[in-house]
Design a binder for this molecule. Structure first.
Ligand code: HEM
Length: 347
């Protein structure tokens, strides 16, 4: 597909983008790089994350789709005013025997997550063959990017689910979440190469994923009505931090931050990049809102899974939340100029 035909087929990309695409100045969040953007790059305030089922019949169709999406991603991020990142991932289903000849390339860590006590997952609202996380400075940019991918991939990939989130703009790595507490404070230290090597980037298993990572996404409804009728001292005991100072609370081993901490989980750490969602009202007149929990790690079976197992069985936040959708995806390393996302896996 030529560049022009990709743009034409995406429909919503206007003439100004065609002009801008010729501009070679890399924007601040370049699509090309050693690692994909949207993992260690600054967290932009608006999120769209979507899962797709591949309907292309064969491997050639899958390759064409990924090449087209790469072209779209390059175009979108080449705009001089572009402030967005696109992060692509491959779900376990893509590697199913007899589909695209990838069964022997599936990394051991890429299996569907086990079920956890208490979750109420809608399978149609999670999972899928492919995932794209888009983080943008403006909501319309995030929306337009997903829409461009949907349009460009129409004959080969069917949109399966989509989640829309936001977080406070600004430099803060830990903005205030819907429960009124800061979220993202005790996160992986990205200033440390060692932390990244130990907890974030894949360096074992099949070579195609080296320099990549795994994305886990969970849609977690927060029961705001119940939370807002709980007094502050109790809320602080549940989270394990003072709400206003954000200092850790001593002497509450059962608090969320204690149960989720590396100390309680054999040193396991996650890179969390979560957003809030706000989806109106439910039939009972309650606000429908919550957390799009997103984390990255080098091995979900040794990081997200054991941490979530501990939380699912004893986190006091369970009385105030419901896990509704879930997905796990292997995100390959970054794309070199002239190459395409998935080339290491498929060529
Ligand atoms: C019900 C939804 C959740 C809410 C409202 C929530 C909220 C919070 C808050 C307020 C903090 C303290 C500030 C911070 O360090 O970021 C925190 C910490 C943390 N959360 Fe959550 N969280 C939720 C779910 C999860 C899940 C599903 C996981 C992972 C499976 C997780 C993992 C962590 C970790 C690793 C920390 C840092 C712990 C430490 O201090 O070392 N959280 N969370």
């Amino acid at each position: 597909m030529s560049r022009r035909s990709v743009l034409a087929s995406t429909g919503i990309l206007g003439g100004s983008l065609l002009g801008a695409a010729a501009c070679s100045d890399a924007p601040s969040l370049a699509f090309h790089g050693v690692h994909q953007a949207g993992i260690t790059t600054p967290i932009l305030p608006f999120l769209q994350i979507a899962g797709f089922d591949v309907v292309a019949r064969d491997r050639g169709g899958l390759i064409e789709l990924l090449q087209t999406w790469t072209q779209v991603a390059v175009e979108l991020t080449s705009r001089p005013d572009a402030a967005l990142s696109l992060t692509f991932g491959f779900g376990p289903a893509l590697f199913t025997e007899g589909r695209f000849g990838l069964a022997d390339r599936r990394p051991t860590a890429l299996t569907e997550l086990p079920s956890f006590p208490g979750e109420q997952l809608d399978p149609a609202a999670g999972g899928g063959d492919l995932c794209v996380q888009i983080c943008a400075q403006h909501p319309t940019t995030a929306h337009g990017a997903v829409r461009a991918l949907v349009n460009a991939g129409r004959s080969s990939a069917k949109l399966r689910w989509r989640q829309i989130g936001s977080r406070d703009a600004g430099d803060r790595a830990d903005p205030t979440g819907l429960f009124g507490f800061r979220d993202g404070t005790a996160n992986l230290d990205l200033a440390s190469e060692q932390e990244q090597a130990d907890h974030l980037w894949v360096s074992d298993g099949p070579a195609w994923l080296h320099g990549g990572t795994y994305l886990v996404v969970r849609r977690i409804r927060l029961l705001l009505d119940t939370w807002d009728r709980t007094d502050l001292a109790t809320q602080e005991t549940i989270i394990g931090r003072h709400r206003d100072s954000n200092d850790r609370l001593d002497g509450v081993p059962a608090a969320h931050v204690r149960l989720a901490s590396p100390e309680a989980n054999g040193g396991a750490k996650l890179l969390r990049r979560s957003y809030s969602y706000d989806a109106g009202a439910d039939p009972n007149g309650l606000m429908d809102a919550g957390l799009i929990f997103i984390c990255f790690q080098r091995d979900p079976q040794r990081q997200f899974v054991p941490i979530q197992q501990r939380l699912a069985s004893s986190d006091p936040l369970n009385g105030f939340s419901q896990h509704l959708a879930s997905g796990v995806f292997a995100c390959p390393a970054g794309v070199e100029r002239g190459s395409w996302i998935g080339a290491s896996l498929l060529s």
